[in-house]
Write a protein that binds this ligand. Structure first.
Ligand SMILES: *[C@@H]1O[C@H](CO)[C@@H](O)[C@H](O)[C@H]1NC(C)=O
Ligand SMILES: *[C@@H]1O[C@H](CO)[C@@H](O)[C@H](O)[C@H]1NC(C)=O
Ligand SMILES: *[C@@H]1O[C@H](CO)[C@@H](O)[C@H](O)[C@H]1NC(C)=O
Length: 155
């Protein structure tokens, strides 16, 4: 049946496009694939957030960003050359409310890596903030962003 095989092909293409985590993502009742995406931009500033100069603020590339829940690393990603990191999670494995309440982002790469004038000790950390759901093709993406980074001075 033509429409069905078209759907299967579209699903395969989408699954390949968003890589491994989405391959086993939830197929909801609506027929959409559920996916949780935590995405943000890390800036090369004293607190990791965008500076007064707005979009001309330098970014923090190649930084290791870890998702920690109750002190345990759950997932990680590196910022690309635009300072953007993206962590994809399967909604089958996470309860959204506990993710938002008990998890945070920790940056494991010292700020001095992107600017030698910034601290070589201390970790950037941010709580999570829910943005909402967007449907992209057959994906229902739950978008989460860092609320705001701050520098934790210890370690
Ligand atoms: C903002 O940009 C101006 C002009 O380029 C520069 O002098 C200043 O240091 C920048 N401020 C910050 C906080 O980066
Ligand atoms: C960094 O990742 C973001 C989000 O995936 C993407 O929009 C951007 O084009 C990437 N930048 C580079 C330089 O690849
Ligand atoms: C997308 O997922 C959210 C959270 O699971 C759900 O509340 C919403 O109804 C879904 N949207 C669609 C169009 O399926």
């Amino acid at each position: 049946m033509a429409p069905k095989s078209l759907l299967v092909v579209s699903l395969l293409v989408l699954a390949a496009a968003v890589a491994a985590p989405a391959a086993e993502a939830q197929l909801g009742l609506s027929g959409l694939l559920g996916l949780i995406r935590i995405q943000g931009t890390l800036f090369c500033t004293a607190n990791g957030n965008i500076g007064v100069n707005g979009t001309s603020t330098p970014v923090f590339p190649n930084a290791l960003v870890q998702l920690q829940c109750g002190g345990t690393n759950i997932a990680s990603a590196r910022t690309n050359s635009s300072g953007v990191f993206s962590i994809l999670l399967d909604p089958l494995n996470f309860v959204l409310s506990s993710l938002l309440n008990s998890c945070n982002l920790m940056v494991d790469t010292p700020l001095a890596t992107c600017n030698a004038n910034l601290p070589a000790v201390g970790l950037l950390s941010s709580t999570l903030q829910l943005v909402g759901n967007t449907v992209v093709g057959l994906l229902n993406i739950t978008s989460i962003i860092p609320a705001a980074f701050k520098l934790l001075p210890l370690n």
